[in-house]
Design a protein around this ligand. Structure first.
Ligand SMILES: Cc1cc2nc3c(=O)[nH]c(=O)nc-3n(C[C@H](O)[C@H](O)[C@H](O)COP(=O)(O)OP(=O)(O)OC[C@H]3O[C@@H](n4cnc5c(N)ncnc54)[C@H](O)[C@@H]3O)c2cc1C
Length: 506
């Protein structure tokens, strides 16, 4: 249902126009389309190009939020871990977090109480409960300094953040949503009971789209975008922009568990296995300027701060030379007036005025619930009730590729056998990246000769075509950093080959 500029009330309009293809915009588009609404979603760059690919990549309850009495948020997030694990087991999996006790910081009783609440605030099906551990006698203590004698182990989940956005968008499109990436929302004006919206396509062409409801899910730009929405009652809420950065170093220790370290200022720093050969370390909480939102960068001070946290606990000493990659993102937080950035609520806030919804704050972990609430609000605003099998359908909805019959390990093994003519490492990557959609990518493929041209580092044109045709990829980084993580180690030659191929292809 493409719309064109006409000036009367009888012209058809989308039910919903969503601004922003981060996790929240994608989640809302998916939920609404699945409930039968007509949806147009625009993202000015690539899917997940903003904060949603710069997270710590955890689906977690947020142990530290308990200290700030965020019980509602933690309970909801803990519940979501189980729901999301079921919906996308290829990109979300449980991880054990080791929390070394550090004498002089939080007392052991406080930590125990926090973990007790963490275990009991919501039902657990697949995730284990926490337990104490003597680190000086356990494999978890091996890479740590001798002073670390005891600690705790609890479970949360890992998520491939940008792929979660892509899969939610694919699901939205499967339910009929119109997805337009590299398409900028320029402005909207109230016209009768509809919004008259102007978008700009990648070729510079502008178009008018009509919609009954407007959803502003522009992340850190939500307030800026709100200034281009005229004729409603929606005023931007106070926001706190807080930058968070990560560093990536060569693998620091053996094992699939992660660590959560108490820094000397009591902040928590995560150390997580990443892509087989690396370790991910983050994050920070720094006030961000408005002009940093588009391209946030890590500072030298942040690098030193993160290295310091690791060097406090690990025997292997890291220096800035060990850092092979960094990334930063800006948290679009709802400003609750907290003095310290780390204390600002991570809960979300949804406003609805004159058929315009704005989304502030939130976590990747709670995106599905946030989306559900947005769509519920819109339905209620229309005077309808929320009933029927489609209400809250995403709590049981499986994301594309997530219909894996067994565990990811068993599924991967089965795929290696099915595609026995292909390199095992490549099939292992495909199994996790695409889940059961691996068969869409590899239909009829018996060996590498059917994968097209090799661009380098295991990237073949068949996969690139799949990502362009099925996942809206257009630019090299869309593929190297947000659809795959090959960019972490791809050579310049591979990058150039890919850029040249896309130039011809897109
Ligand atoms: C350092 C850090 C670590 C984090 N770690 C975690 C974690 O481990 N777990 C967790 O659950 N959460 C985590 N979060 C929080 C989570 O990443 C964010 O809450 C979430 O990604 C916000 O998603 P969003 O869709 O609101 O914003 P974004 O992902 O920023 O999406 C907004 C999109 O809107 C687009 N846009 C803006 N203006 C326009 C326009 N005019 N037209 C069209 N499109 C537009 C942008 O390009 C952008 O893609 C972390 C955040 C940070 C910064």
């Amino acid at each position: 249902m493409e719309q064109h500029s006409q000036e009367n009330e009888t012209i058809p309009a989308f039910d919903l126009f969503v601004i922003g293809g981060g996790i929240n915009g994608a989640g809302i588009a998916r939920d609404a389309a699945g409930r039968g609404m007509s949806v147009y979603m625009c993202e000015r760059g690539d899917l997940a190009q903003g904060t949603s690919s710069a997270s710590s990549k955890m689906i977690h309850g947020g142990l530290r939020y308990l200290e700030f009495y965020e019980f509602r948020l933690v309970r909801e997030a803990l519940k979501e871990r189980e729901v999301l694990l079921e919906s996308a087991p290829h990109i979300i999996w449980p991880v054990e977090f080791v929390l070394p006790h550090s004498p002089g910081l939080r007392s052991i009783w406080l930590v125990r109480l926090g973990l007790f609440l963490y275990d009991h605030l919501a039902k657990r099906k697949r995730l284990g409960r926490s337990y104490g551990v003597k680190l000086n006698e356990s494999r978890f203590g091996k890479p740590l300094k001798k002073f670390v004698k005891e600690g705790f182990v609890y479970s949360d989940c890992w998520v491939e953040d940008s792929r979660l956005v892509v899969l939610s968008t694919i699901d939205a499109a499967k339910h009929g949503a119109h997805i337009h990436t590299y398409t900028k929302f320029l402005g909207a004006k109230r016209e009768g009971k509809k919004w008259r919206i102007t978008v700009q396509y990648p070729d510079g062409r502008e178009e008018t789209v009509f919609a009954r409801y407007l959803v502003n899910a522009a992340g850190p730009r939500v307030s800026k975008v709100a200034l281009n929405i005229i004729g409603g009652d929606e005023f931007p809420k106070p926001m706190r922009l807080v930058k968070g950065s990560h560093i990536i170093v060569p693998r620091l220790y053996e094992g699939e568990h992660a660590y959560i370290l108490q820094h000397s200022d009591r902040r928590m720093v995560f150390v997580i296995p990443f892509e087989d050969r690396y370790t991910l370390i983050g994050t920070t909480d720094q006030a961000a300027e408005e002009n940093e939102v588009d391209h946030p960068k890590i500072s030298q001070g942040e690098i030193e701060y993160l290295l310091e946290a690791v060097n406090l606990y690990f025997t292997r000493r890291l220096t800035p030379e060990d850092v092979i990659h960094t990334y930063s993102g800006v948290r679009p937080l709802y400003d609750d007036g907290s003095t310290e950035n780390q204390r600002v609520t991570r809960d979300y806030m949804i406003t609805l005025n004159e058929q315009c919804v704005s989304v502030y704050g939130g976590k990747i972990t709670t995106f599905r619930r946030l989306a559900e609430e947005v769509v519920d609000k819109i339905i209620e605003d229309q005077g309808r009730t929320i009933t029927g099998t489609l209400a809250h359908w995403t709590s049981k909805g499986i994301l594309p590729g997530g219909d894996i019959p067994d565990s990811l390990t068993q599924f991967t093994q089965a795929m290696v056998e099915t595609y026995s003519g292909m390199p095992e490492g490549m099939i292992t990557r495909f199994a996790s990246q695409y889940g059961t959609r691996i068969h869409d990518l590899l239909q009829g493929v018996t060996g590498l000769s059917e994968m097209g041209t090799h661009l380098g580092d295991g990237l073949y044109t068949r996969e690139v075509d799949f990502l362009v045709d099925q996942e809206w990829a257009r630019a090299p980084d869309d593929i190297l950093m947000r659809r795959t993580r090959l960019g972490l180690h791809a050579t310049q030659e591979t990058k150039d080959n890919l850029a040249a191929y896309l130039d011809k292809r897109v």
